[in-house]
Ligand binder design. Structure first.
Ligand code: HPA
Length: 245
């Protein structure tokens, strides 16, 4: 089964023929909402809205541990995380899609690991390549089949939010090597690795990052959701192919 975590602009998956919803409790508390089960092109999918059904949970208050733990109990073959980002790299214009291959964590104060108990041996995970190469390859193949252009690779800077960045912060992220910036990539990506999930991100560029492109004075917040809504058509086209890949 394929699992999709929907981000901003994707609180539901409209191509999904819903069969049922299920609440899954975890030792880490409640996930962002019930899991929605159904079929896309006759293949099983489970969907979770990361910010809750009504998009009410801000990025720093998402219970990432509960979300990933609950997902893992369903043993999905692949987990695709759809996530809105700001574009730092010049060719990442609003509306474009990217499959990042690296991530830098600037978040703080979030529950970021399952390995924090003192009654088990200290556990480290390898995180050299943070995204699953097989899941990335499937996403790339699905995008190709759907005829949807996606950028292959890029560095995702995970920042705390919920405020957007200053122009100087974006310059710093760029000096660090970041191509895009978002608020939910961490700890989600690391928790997926701790659980051994095949996880990759499909990032949707909602806006030029602060101080970039046409956003020299400010980011037009009222335009972000319209951009995301348009881009989700392309995301859905990719998901419709992904179920066969
Ligand atoms: N910055 C951080 N997160 C984001 C942005 C941004 O510009 N756009 C969408 N998510």
């Amino acid at each position: 089964m394929l699992a999709i975590i929907g981000g901003s602009g994707m609180t539901q998956l409209s191509c999904l023929e819903i069969s049922h919803r299920q609440i899954i409790r975890t030792p880490y508390g409640e996930p962002s909402g019930p899991f929605t089960f159904g079929k896309v092109n006759n293949r099983e999918i489970v969907f979770l809205a990361r910010h809750g059904h009504g998009h009410t949970i801000p990025p720093h208050q998402i219970n990432y541990r509960a979300n990933l733990w609950a997902l893992n109990t369903l043993r999905p073959r692949h987990v695709v995380a759809v996530a809105a980002v700001g574009g730092i790299r010049e060719n990442l214009a609003p509306g474009s899609l990217v499959i990042p291959d690296q991530i830098i964590d600037y978040t703080y104060g979030r529950d970021f690991t399952y390995f924090d108990s003192t009654d088990q041996p200290v556990t480290h995970i390898d995180f050299t390549h943070p995204y699953c190469s097989a899941t990335r390859a499937k996403l790339l193949q699905a995008a190709k089949l759907a005829g949807e252009p996606v950028a292959n690779g890029g560095v995702y800077a995970a920042i705390q939010g919920p405020r957007l960045e200053t122009a100087a912060e974006i310059n710093r992220l760029e000096r660090d090597g970041a191509d895009m910036v978002g608020m939910t990539g961490m700890p989600e990506t690391a928790l997926a690795r701790e659980l051994g999930l095949n996880y990759a991100t499909l990032a949707v560029v909602a806006n030029h990052a602060a101080g970039r492109g046409i956003n020299v004075t400010a980011i037009p917040l009222n335009e972000i959701y319209a951009i995301l809504e348009q881009a989700m058509v392309h995301v859905r086209n990719i998901i419709e192919q992904l179920v066969h890949c």
